[in-house]
Ligand binder design. Sequence first.
Ligand SMILES: NC(=O)C1=CN([C@@H]2O[C@H](COP(=O)(O)OP(=O)(O)OC[C@H]3O[C@@H](n4cnc5c(N)ncnc54)[C@H](O)[C@@H]3O)[C@@H](O)[C@H]2O)C=CC1
Ligand SMILES: O=C(O)C(=O)COP(=O)(O)O
Length: 389
Amino acid sequence: MYRIQTMNKISPVGLNRFPSELYEVGDAVQDPQGILVRSAKLLDLEFNPSLLAIARAGVGVNNIPLDRCAAAGIPVFSTPGANANAVKELVICAMLMGSRDIPGAIRWVREQAASGVDVSTVVEKGKSAFIGPELYKKTLGIIGLGAIGSIVANTAISLGMDVYGYDPFLSVDTALRLDRHVHVVKDINDLYKRSDYITMHIHYTEKTAHMIDADAIAAMKRGVRVINLARGEIVDDEAMLTALDTGMVAAYITDFPNNRLLTAPHVIAMPHLGASTPESEQNCAAMAVDTLRDYLESGNIRSSVNLPEMTMDRSGVQRLCVLHKNVPGMLANITSLFGRDGVNVENLSNKSRGDYAYTMVDLGSKVGDNVIEDVRRTANVIRVRSLEW
Ligand SMILES: NC(=O)C1=CN([C@@H]2O[C@H](COP(=O)(O)OP(=O)(O)OC[C@H]3O[C@@H](n4cnc5c(N)ncnc54)[C@H](O)[C@@H]3O)[C@@H](O)[C@H]2O)C=CC1
Ligand SMILES: O=C(O)C(=O)COP(=O)(O)O
């Protein structure tokens, strides 16, 4: 039985993909081999020795200690693209809310009724306070043209917006998916100076922390509306509050509220709702469970954010999965141990990613436990698993 601990509420559409005869799943599971998580913070998590993998049902992995996991031989999986449509739809909503102060307008209507006024008699006079621009023919700047940014770009084009995108690491796949009318710029200032709306769709890392700071805002068009459904830490809150105060930024629409931000009137804050649709929760959960199972049952590493990707069809009778440091000679050191036991290698794959590498070896006959122990004791080997079929 594999033990899987859920650290957040995970859609049953995903959880039902664990065969009950093979998996024990739940939030109270002890000493798990697999963890399923959404946004719960695991940065200080102490790994129990049996922990083999962590699957994030979602894409932002700033809540998981990726380097520490890699060093301990724990792959971290994410679910690329699985919640992109949900976020895209909320970005369009955010632009509309920020343009016409829809939350303020709704609040005002309710306040009228609550104060005893007949609402129907005041709407025509009161509505002028909520006039705001249309999206049509306005310019949208998108920072990060990955799974979310690229579909936000295409949808904005279909709404009649002029779209500028900035992504220094744009993948060929994404570039091919982009509407040909999207202007991809090499200098982010080209985007800042033109955009009426700016939305960011990048991961939060040390490099993107406070990317939207006072200098970035100073390069923007006065009255810009900024949308942040990526991560709060990407924006310097103090710089944003100053810019809201001076009118440099007309509205800041964020999925990452804090009490300080909520002191400003032109902040529209949501409780991290970007991926909260049944469709997205189901997609993410299904993908996370599938990748976790594939690793636990077959050793395949797919959609990993910290260790090399590797899949191999099953062959032979036994598979050894060896996570090790990316240093010369490892493959020879490992395979020589099988030769010594007269065991034939049916298939083998080896890939590296940064400081770490992964070797999977399918063997024609079963090796003795002493051989597995020798592999485990080989210098620079981090973790060895043996799977049999
Ligand atoms: N509010 C919510 O509920 C959700 C928020 N997110 C956030 O959105 C982020 C992006 O998600 P995806 O689009 O799925 O990821 P992705 O990996 O498909 O796209 C990220 C893109 O950012 C680009 N990039 C990296 N550094 C950059 C930089 N300095 N400037 C411009 N572009 C840069 C990459 O090349 C890549 O194309 C996630 O990391 C997460 O923080 C994602 C899903 C839901
Ligand atoms: O996938 C992401 O990065 C998200 O921000 C979604 O987070 P959630 O799964 O809704 O806690």
